[in-house]
Ligand binder design. Structure first.
Ligand code: GLA
Length: 385
């Protein structure tokens, strides 16, 4: 178990018993690219996570070590200074330390060893887990805790500094998740309520296409956001009270056709319809209609593929193969796009045969080995006993 390894490493190298904190990854049932449009999302936090073994030190230094992808060690001074480095996670933590320093947050020295089992760049929000877990840890150690809402905003700001103009879905999922439940987050007012997603006789599984994305480097994500903002600006010329795509209707879009870029309109239409899919998903989940759930997953996927254009041929292949398998009710790509995992609703009695066939056909058609993970929904960031 990765958390035991981390705690043992900490004890051996830092001569202290650490506090162990877990920050989970997240899935999303439906509601993709709606969060930065003040829309609706239906995510959940999962068992896979990043574990931080931490304790206070008296050195005025934050010492961080990991064997997440390779052994690495970075130190930050409490005034925000640091030696230059080239590290994926180090860039996020640097951004966080800088944000906390700029807020005059009273940081204290901390030793930290972290690692985990969320595959990086696979649509399971490893970066939100890294950021939210680190902020939770450093503020706990420093003795001045901050609210989860505030942690989410700082983590989002760190992502923006790195270059991804993301919404707040991932941070909220990582911080507010509850075992056994997904939750409907309304990104307009950030209100949320929990909903159990167990469907009798069916299982949720994740399939990793093993195509990794790097959303912060690849600007396609940000381009989608700009398209949405362009349309809001256009609609505002007619309806100045409009603040986001959440308040734009298909009719508003139809009135724009002559003045706006057709790609932007197509993308805005996707977002409006995706919000409808979230509402519909809530209804069918509540009555336990597994077939309807599967249909929404498929519709959502193909809309991301043909309208919003954020999938890859490999992800489309996974979904298409699923459509040909009797035991798979539906599947869709999750997260920012351009790689990562699909979420699948599968009949439990034929689960093994379905997955075997899915992985085999994927290998035949793409030459790539996909991986499969059963989905377990766990609590949001917390001290891990
Ligand atoms: C990434 C972003 C989120 C959200 C999803 C797409 O995970 O971090 O804010 O926009 O993509 O739904």
């Amino acid at each position: 178990m990765v958390h035991k390894k981390i705690a043992a490493y900490f004890k051996e190298h830092y001569n202290n018993y650490p506090t162990l904190i877990k920050a989970p990854g997240r899935i999303n049932l439906i509601g993709e690219h709606t969060d930065y449009n003040e829309g609706l999302v239906l995510p959940a936090s999962i068992e896979k996570g990043i574990y931080f073994a931490v304790s206070k030190n008296e050195l005025n230094t934050i010492r961080i070590e990991t064997f997440l992808t390779q052994p690495e060690k970075i130190e930050f001074q409490l005034n925000g200074n640091h030696e230059s480095f080239n590290s994926f996670w180090g860039n996020y933590f640097k951004a966080i330390v800088e944000i906390l320093v700029s807020k005059n947050y009273p940081l204290k020295g901390m030793d930290c060893v972290f690692g985990g089992d969320i595959p990086i760049g696979s649509g399971l929000s490893s970066s939100a887990a890294l950021c939210c877990g680190f902020i939770y840890a450093i503020t706990k150690i420093s003795g001045k805790s901050i609210s989860r809402e505030e942690i989410a905003l700082i983590a989002q700001k760190a992502e923006h500094k790195i270059g991804l103009n993301c919404g707040l879905m991932d941070q909220y999922a990582v911080l507010f998740g509850k075992k056994g439940n997904a939750f409907l987050l309304d990104c307009k007012d950030l209100s949320h309520n929990y909903i159990p997603i167990n469907l009798d006789g069916y299982s949720w599984v994740l399939v990793n296409s093993n195509i990794k994305h790097n959303l912060a480097v690849d600007s396609e994500y940000n381009k989608r956001r700009i398209s949405c903002e362009n349309i809001v600006k256009e609609v505002q010329k007619i309806k100045p009270e409009i603040k986001s795509l959440r308040d734009v209707t298909i009719e508003d879009l139809n009135n724009l056709t002559s003045v706006s870029c057709t790609i932007d309109i197509k993308r805005a239409k996707y977002v409006i319809e995706e919000n409808d899919r979230v509402r519909h998903m809530m209804k069918v989940l509540t009555i336990g209609d597994a077939l309807a759930v599967g249909e929404i997953l498929k519709k959502g996927h193909w809309a991301m593929s043909t309208e919003y254009e954020i999938t890859t041929s490999e992800l489309d292949t996974l979904v298409k193969i699923g459509e040909g398998l009797e035991g798979v009710l539906g599947s869709r790509m999750m997260g920012g796009g351009f790689g990562g995992c699909t979420i699948n609703l599968v009949r439990t009695d034929t689960l093994n045969a379905s997955i075997k066939s899915l992985l085999l056909q994927y290998k035949e058609q793409t030459g790539i080995d996909a991986e499969y993970y059963p989905l377990a929904i766990d609590d949001g960031v917390k001290v891990f006993e």
